[in-house]
Design a protein. Structure first.
Length: 483
C-alpha cells in the first residue's frame, strides 16, 4: 500500500458508480452540506474531523489522572459550560458570544491539560443538541470550539513554564494567562472568519480583521473573571457555581447593548418607512435600496460587517427628507431653484440626525454623501471619486436604480434595461464605474431580479449581447440626481 486512494469502479474504465455519487449527494444534502462551495465543504469537513479527535490525542500523550478535588471541578464546570454554550448571544448575524470563556479559563488553570478539550466536546455537543442545530452547523461549532480550547490548554502549558513575570497565585504568570487567552481568541475568530470568507469568496484576512475586535472587550472581561474564579476556587471549590453570577451579568450587559443597537436601527428605519407611506410612489423605497446596497457590497467583496453598515445606512438614507416641505416632496412638476435648494439639504440633515446615535457612527457619512457625484458635481459637499465614501457610492447607484424603475407621480417606471443604460452611460461621471459594473453584471446574471425586492411583472433583463450583436440603442438621458 502506498497510501493512494484507489478509485471505486463498476467496470474496466474505473469510473465511479452513479449509485455512489447519488449516495454521496444524498448524504451531503441530508446533513446540510449540499450546495456549498468546494473549498468551504473541505474546510468544514476537516474541522469537523480534527476537532473531536484533538483532545483524545492530548489525552494519549499525558494520561494525568484526576484528583478528587479536580473531579468536583469537572462536574461543576461541565454544567456551567453546557448552559453557557446553550445560550449564546448574537453580536451580528454571523458572530456570537457566550460566557463559556470564563469557564474555559478556570478549566485551563485548575485541571490537567487533557481535560478542557474533552469537557467542551461534551458541553458543546449537549448544547447543540438542545438547540436542535443543523448537523453541519453543530459539527462545525463543536469542533472549532474544541480545537481552540485544546490549543489554549496546550499553549498555557508552554507559557506557564516560562519566566514571563509575576505569577498569579499557584498558577502561571499573568502574561502566560493573557497570552493563552489571546491564542484562544485569535483561533476562535479565525476559524469562523475563514468559513465566512470561503462561503462568500472573500479575502480571509480581511474578514478576520473585521471580526476580531467584535467581542474583544467581553472576552477580556471574561478572562479576568475566570482567573479570579480559579484563584477563589482553590480554597473554596464549592463556591465555584456562585461565581457564574458575574459572568451572567456580563452576558446581560452585552445583550442589552446589542438590543439597544438593534432597536435604534429599527426605530429610525421605521420612521423612514412611515415618511414614505405619505407618498404611495415611494413606499418601500428605502428597504429596497438597502437590499440592493447589501447585494452590491457582497458583489464587490466587502465583508459581512461592512455590508451591514451599508445596508443599515441604506435603510435611513432619506431620513433627512423629514426636514423638507412635504409639498416639495410630492410635487409632480419641475422644482423652483429655492425648492431644489431645500431638497439638496436632505442628505446633510439626515446625517446630522443619525450621527447622534452610536449605532450609526459609521453610517452617518454614507447618508451625508449618497448624492455626491463621481465627477464632483453632486451635493452637499461636491467631493469626487475616491473621496466619496465607498458605502455612499454603493447607495447612490442602488438609490438611482430603484427610483428609475419605480413609478413616480411625474412619470411611469422605466424598464430595467432603460435604467441599466442610464447607469452605464453615467458611469465615470455621475457614478463609480466599478459599482455600476457590479450591479449591472449581477442584474444580467439574475435576469433583472434582485432578491426579494423586484415587483412582480417586470420583464427580465436581456442576456448580454455577444460581440457579433452589439447594442445599438441606449438611453441618453443621465439624471444629475434622482430623488
Amino acid at each position: 500500500m502506498d497510501g493512494r486512494v484507489l478509485p471505486m469502479s463498476n467496470g474496466p474504465n474505473g469510473s465511479t458508480t452513479p449509485a455512489l455519487k447519488a449516495t454521496v449527494a444524498h448524504t451531503l444534502e441530508r446533513f446540510g452540506y449540499a450546495g456549498l462551495p468546494p473549498g468551504l465543504l473541505r474546510y468544514l469537513l476537516l474541522i469537523s474531523i480534527v476537532g473531536p479527535i484533538a483532545p483524545f490525542i492530548v489525552l494519549a500523550f499525558t494520561r494525568q489522572p484526576l484528583t478528587g478535588r479536580e473531579a468536583v471541578y469537572v462536574v461543576m464546570l461541565l454544567a456551567m459550560a453546557t448552559v453557557a454554550e446553550r445560550f449564546p448571544l448574537h453580536l451580528t448575524h454571523k458572530t456570537n458570544i457566550n460566557i463559556t470563556a470564563a469557564a474555559v479559563v478556570v478549566m485551563i488553570l485548575l485541571l490537567p491539560v487533557w481535560v478542557p478539550g474533552l469537557l467542551l466536546l461534551v458541553a458543546a455537543s449537549i448544547a447543540q443538541r438542545l438547540r436542535r442545530a443543523e448537523v453541519m452547523e453543530a459539527l462545525f461549532n463543536v469542533s472549532q470550539t474544541v480545537l481552540y480550547v485544546t490549543a489554549g490548554a496546550l499553549s498555557y502549558q508552554v507559557f506557564s513554564s516560562l519566566d514571563l513575570g509575576p505569577r498569579v497565585g499557584d498558577f502561571g504568570s499573568l502574561a502566560a494567562i493573557a497570552l493563552t487567552a489571546t491564542v484562544m481568541h485569535m483561533l476562535n475568530t479565525w476559524f469562523v472568519a475563514l468559513a465566512g470568507a470561503l462561503q462568500l469568496g472573500l479575502n480571509p484576512l480581511r474578514v478576520w480583521g473585521s471580526t476580531i475586535a467584535l467581542d474583544l472587550m467581553p472576552h477580556v472581561t471574561l478572562t479576568a473573571l475566570g482567573t479570579i474564579s480559579a484563584l477563589l476556587a482553590v480554597d473554596q471549590p464549592l463556591a465555584l457555581p456562585f461565581l457564574a453570577l458575574p459572568a451572567v451579568l456580563v452576558h446581560q450587559s452585552v445583550r442589552q447593548t446589542v438590543q439597544l443597537r438593534v432597536d435604534t436601527h429599527e426605530a429610525l428605519a421605521s420612521l423612514v418607512e412611515v415618511m414614505e407611506l405619505r407618498d404611495p410612489y415611494t413606499a418601500g423605497h428605502s428597504r429596497r435600496v438597502a437590499a440592493m446596497s447589501r447585494t452590491i457590497a457582497n458583489r464587490i467583496g466587502l465583508t459581512e460587517q461592512e455590508a451591514d453598515v451599508i445596508e443599515q445606512a441604506g435603510r435611513v438614507h432619506d431620513i433627512g427628507k423629514a426636514g423638507v416641505d412635504s409639498v416639495i416632496l410630492s410635487k409632480d412638476f419641475e422644482l423652483t431653484p429655492d425648492e431644489w435648494e431645500q431638497m439638496r439639504q436632505h442628505p446633510a440633515l439626515g446625517a446630522n440626525v443619525v450621527s447622534r446615535f452610536a449605532a450609526y457612527r459609521l453610517g452617518a457619512e454614507i447618508v451625508r454623501h449618497h448624492h455626491e457625484a463621481w465627477d464632483g458635481s453632486g451635493y452637499p459637499d461636491g467631493i469626487s471619486s475616491e473621496d466619496i465614501p465607498l458605502g455612499a457610492r454603493i447607495v447612490a447607484v442602488a438609490d438611482t436604480f430603484d427610483a428609475l424603475t419605480s413609478n413616480r407621480s411625474y412619470r411611469d417606471a422605466m424598464r430595467i434595461e432603460q435604467a441599466v443604460a442610464i447607469l452605464e452611460n453615467g458611469a465615470g461621471t455621475q457614478w463609480d464605474p466599478r459599482i455600476v459594473e457590479a450591479m449591472v453584471s449581477y442584474l444580467r446574471e439574475q435576469h433583472g431580479e434582485f432578491p426579494s425586492f423586484r415587483p412582480a411583472g417586470y420583464p427580465p433583463l436581456p442576456v448580454p449581447p455577444s460581440v457579433d450583436d452589439p447594442v445599438t440603442t441606449r438611453g441618453s438621458a443621465i439624471p444629475a440626481s434622482v430623488e
